[in-house]
Design a protein around this ligand. Structure first.
Ligand SMILES: Nc1ncnc2c1ncn2[C@@H]1O[C@H](COP(=O)(O)OP(=O)(O)O)[C@@H](O)[C@H]1O
Ligand SMILES: [Mg+2]
Length: 468
């Protein structure tokens, strides 16, 4: 077999295998290009999870018609003016995203630089099919349609439009966190799903893009060691998730999914979280470009540190210290807020209706008995003991009332007297010292176990010989 040089189209398609594995990966490259072009706002439109169409509009520097032709060639980039790849500060630098995407989709590139006319080029799976003038404001618009339509092997591996969309949104969120100075919008199938203004500071941007309760359940981190700086927010151990999807990590402003960083994060929370729970974090590590290599993989989401131990030590140490200082705090759940609101209700006679269980049984057993309110100081003390973290922030205007003596409970019924059953599973009973909820299936198993145990003790467990 003789060796041959592969045609450019095929080379691009092979590279596309790594650079654009799914719509979100193509989108990431396009948004990175917009940011590298100095955009102050980036508008993203996604149709059917990006499989049908992806569009990125920016108000960056734009390209001339001749640059547009070059941009679509392999290894053509404006981002390495010298050959010093170690000093790269832009998101892109490999010059392979546009030609790779254009080799596996229909790509429409429209661009205009200040003081010139706009131009359009359309490339369909690697072949130029149209070009000509285009009317647009200064900046660039890139549209990617029918991704992998001619690469069935790839298309087969795409997930549902919904999960491809989720991956696309995640990519934009991460880049939007990395660049709080830039405004971002995302539309999916015509619906606006993300909208953040430019000129925010990092922490407000993180707050705008994460769940609302993170702010109340997180602590700030800011550690500096020499020229290395680690900042951001981390969740309290009590605020965690079943999957590690809300961990936003950045190295020199680049979103990364780096093993060393994830491992260090795990190390920092090791004694505070179960193995299958994950904290929510947005951490920004900034260090001199000479200390980190971003050219590890075409997708540029992995990095290599010159001194991995220093980075690991800084993350584990910095996070532990921050968590230790906040050791007394724990998660603020909506239920606690509701409880606090209840505590603040004005003291009033107990209502005659609205009991927990539809009707009142006779004689009435009140959850909270009569009209005597204890001195508020007592209520406050009880409340403080219950929820030390709520501290002074929840004023007590109590309605705590003395409970009526429960009906006598026979000593041989330590689980109290059954009052009802819920969901065919739980027995609710009233005992001397409170309310008891029993999982009846678990209780039955326990009774069987006890019976067997007793039988064993008396050597009288009935047994049957097996035939086989
Ligand atoms: N949105 C854009 N605005 C201005 N120039 C762009 C834009 N997208 C791409 N370019 C130009 O096209 C070149 C090639 O882009 P790409 O293939 O993504 O490679 P890279 O980003 O690694 O340079 C870039 O270096 C840049 O000069
Ligand atoms: Mg690029």
């Amino acid at each position: 077999m003789s060796i041959r040089r592969l045609p450019e189209k095929l080379v691009n398609r092979i590279a596309a295998g790594e650079v654009v594995e799914r719509p979100a990966a193509a989108l990431k490259e396009l948004v990175e290009n917009a940011l590298d072009a100095g955009a102050t706002r980036v508008a993203v439109r996604i149709a059917e999870g990006g499989i049908l169409r992806l569009e990125v509009d920016d108000d960056g520097c734009g390209m001339t018609a001749s640059d547009m032709a070059l941009a679509l060639e392999r290894h053509a980039t404006s981002k390495l003016p010298t050959d010093a790849i170690e000093d790269v500060t832009t998101m892109g630098f490999r010059g392979e995203a546009l030609p790779s995407i254009a080799s596996v989709a229909r790509l429409t590139l429209e661009s205009r630089v200040a003081g010139a006319d706009g131009w359009r080029r359309v490339i369909d799976n690697g072949s130029l099919i149209a070009e000509g003038p285009a009317a647009l404001a200064k900046g660039t618009r890139v549209m990617v349609e029918d991704l992998f339509a001619r690469v069935p092997a790839r298309r087969k591996f795409l997930r549902s439009a919904r999960s491809e969309y989720a991956a696309c949104l995640d990519v934009v969120k991460r880049l939007a966190m990395a660049r709080a100075d830039v405004g971002f919008t995302v539309e999916h199938d015509g619906r606006r799903v993300l909208d953040v203004q430019g000129g925010q500071d990092r922490l407000s941007r993180v707050a705008a893009l994460t769940q609302r309760d993170l702010a109340a359940n997180s602590i700030g981190v800011d550690v500096e060691r020499g020229e290395v700086r680690l900042g951001g927010v981390i969740s309290l151990p009590t605020y965690n998730r079943g999957i590690a999807d809300h961990q936003y990590l950045f190295v020199n402003g680049r979103p990364v999914k780096d093993r060393l960083l994830v491992g260090a994060l795990r190390g920092a929370y090791a004694d505070l979280l179960a193995r299958d729970r994950h904290p929510v974090v947005a951490l920004f590590l900034d260090l001199p470009t000479s200390e980190v290599d971003v050219n590890v993989h075409p997708a540029k989401t992995e990095v290599r540190f010159r001194d991995p131990q220093l980075v690991r030590g800084m993350i584990v140490g910095g996070l532990r210290r921050a968590l230790d200082e906040q050791g007394f705090r724990s998660v603020q759940r909506p239920a606690e807020a509701a409880l606090a609101a209840w505590q603040q209700e004005p003291a009033a006679p107990a209502p005659t209706s609205g009991f927990l269980f539809g009707q009142r049984s006779e004689p009435a057993v009140h959850l909270f008995g009569a009209d005597v309110a204890p001195p508020p100081a007592d209520a406050a003390r009880v409340y403080d003991r219950m929820m030390p973290f709520a501290g002074a922030s929840a004023p007590i205007a109590g309605r705590a009332e003395v409970a009526e003596a429960p009906p006598p409970v026979a000593a041989d019924h330590p689980l109290g007297i059954a009052r009802g059953q819920i969901a065919n599973t739980y027995i609710v009973a009233e005992a001397e010292d409170g309310l008891v909820i029993v999982d009846q299936h678990a209780a039955h198993e326990r009774l069987v176990l006890e019976k067997l145990r007793r039988g064993m003790a008396g050597q009288a467990v009935p047994s049957q010989g097996l035939l086989l």
